[in-house]
Design a protein around this ligand. Structure first.
Ligand code: MG
Length: 245
């Protein structure tokens, strides 16, 4: 997929006349932080402690759903149990503790370069995440100081419906007071890609984990890159092509 093909494809299916982007909506886990290895490990520990069979791989596929939704799904499928909101909240807290115990996650390689390249092209960088992991949310504005717009940020506390619902991205679009065609979405997970695509945004998939590129295209990605560094390298050309289409 070339940049030109991706832009032409987007304009065709969206019916938009131009793609005049000014806002980048950026997922957090697996995009800004290299956290998925810890999240999947913490999920497996929580499920095993509760006698629910699972594999680590499946939690990569659930990425983007809220913690409560993942808990409800797994307890229903694995133990035939209907979990209440309060129970899900309590279990998610335990999972959050297991996650924190695994140590401080690293900033994703290339993430700073991506944010800098966006800022150089006068884009507003907005985080859109289904995460309620406070330890990580608190780090955003120090790890990426001066690179993020905090006014339009959306977290699990703003968007009760998780990805793949378009709600988290639509909420950020409303907060930023722009149109979907003025935004690009940067995502690593199929459900996140689906959320950005359904919200009507040009969606970039980045394969930072074990999920292959074809799954991101299947979920609606307009173009994919194999790493955040590769995206940072491509961004000047991609944004220049968007601004003059
Ligand atoms: Mg993600």
């Amino acid at each position: 997929m070339t940049i030109q093909q991706a832009i032409e494809g987007y304009l065709k299916y969206s019916g938009a006349k131009v793609l005049n982007v000014s806002v980048a909506l950026i997922d957090m886990d697996g995009v800004l932080y290299d956290t998925m290895k810890y999240h999947t490990q913490a999920w497996v520990k929580l499920m095993k402690k509760n006698g629910i069979r699972c594999t680590r791989e499946e939690f990569y596929a659930y990425e983007g759903m809220t913690g409560a939704d993942i808990i409800k799904k797994k307890f229903k499928e694995g133990a035939g149990k209907n979990i209440t909101d309060d129970e899900a909240h309590a279990l998610y807290k335990v999972k959050g503790r297991y996650f924190t115990e695994l140590g401080e996650p690293d900033v994703m390689a290339g993430a700073l370069r991506v944010l800098q390249a966006l800022q150089q092209a006068s884009m507003r960088n907005v985080v859109v995440t289904g995460s309620a992991q406070q330890t990580l949310l608190d780090r955003l504005d120090t790890d990426f100081a001066g690179l993020l717009d905090t006014e339009a940020r959306v977290t699990a506390f703003d968007a009760p419906r998780g990805k793949p619902s378009p709600e988290p991205y639509l909420k950020a679009i409303t907060k930023a007071a722009v149109k979907p065609t003025q935004c690009i979405v940067i995502e690593n997970a199929p459900l996140g890609v689906q959320s950005g695509h359904t919200a009507g945004c040009f969606t970039i998939g980045v394969t930072t984990g074990p999920i292959p590129e074809r799954d991101l295209y299947k979920a609606g990605a307009d173009i994919c890159y194999p790493s955040m560094d590769a995206l940072a390298d491509a961004l000047p050309d991609l944004l220049a092509a968007m601004k003059c289409n």
